[in-house]
Design a protein around this ligand. Structure first.
Ligand SMILES: [Fe+2]
Ligand SMILES: [Fe+2]
Length: 190
């Protein structure tokens, strides 16, 4: 069966500020945007072997991907590392299974800055029409990144966020939402 033609548009809907009142919902919405970015990268990688010159449409898509990865993705990692994971560790003290999952996800976060730097650096080169020094290595590394992120999202969406919904108190959720808002220079609307 042939693959569907890749979409050459990527629109990342801003998440309504109101959702900061419900941090778990906000994080689910953010994960949805991450899946859009990963799908765009997948499509691009599929074509990159065959088509070296970026069309204006692909330039737009990759520009959006770079903007997202540089600005919004690190904020999301901070939301999890600084707020959600520590709150869950406290709420699930003594639960070795949860501690192990959170440790694994934190470890994956630690690898992300180096991977992001390589990924973004390559995309920026492509966007100015430069050739990558080793395009096969770059594509393989990016494919691994995409695969790893998808796996990471499965654990967060199916284990961590549902657990946070069950275990974190209303007060804890409010604190987390306020900190997430501050991280974005926003205040939660009244
Ligand atoms: Fe996440
Ligand atoms: Fe994460």
């Amino acid at each position: 069966m042939s693959r569907a033609a890749p979409a050459t548009v990527l629109v990342l809907e801003p998440i309504p500020e109101n959702l900061l009142r419900e941090p778990v919902d906000y994080l689910f919405a953010e994960h949805y945007r991450q899946r859009q970015v990963l799908a765009a990268l997948d499509d691009f990688l599929d074509r990159a072997y065959f088509e070296r010159e970026l069309t204006p449409e692909w330039q737009d898509v990759l520009g959006t991907v770079v903007g997202y990865l540089e600005v919004e993705f690190p904020l999301h990692i901070a939301d999890e590392d600084m707020d959600v994971f520590p709150a869950l560790r406290r709420a699930c003290e003594g639960d070795a299974g949860t501690a192990a999952v959170l440790q694994q996800l934190s470890n994956e976060h630690k690898d992300e800055p180096a991977e992001l730097k390589a990924l973004i650096g390559g995309l920026k080169q492509l966007l100015v029409g430069a050739k990558l020094p080793d395009s096969v290595a770059y594509l393989n590394r990016t494919l691994r990144f995409v695969e790893m992120q998808r796996h990471h999202l499965i654990w967060e969406n199916n284990v961590v966020l549902p657990l946070a919904r069950r275990k974190l108190s209303t007060e804890e959720m409010q604190k987390i939402g306020t900190r997430m808002a501050k991280r974005r220079n926003l205040s939660i609307p009244d």
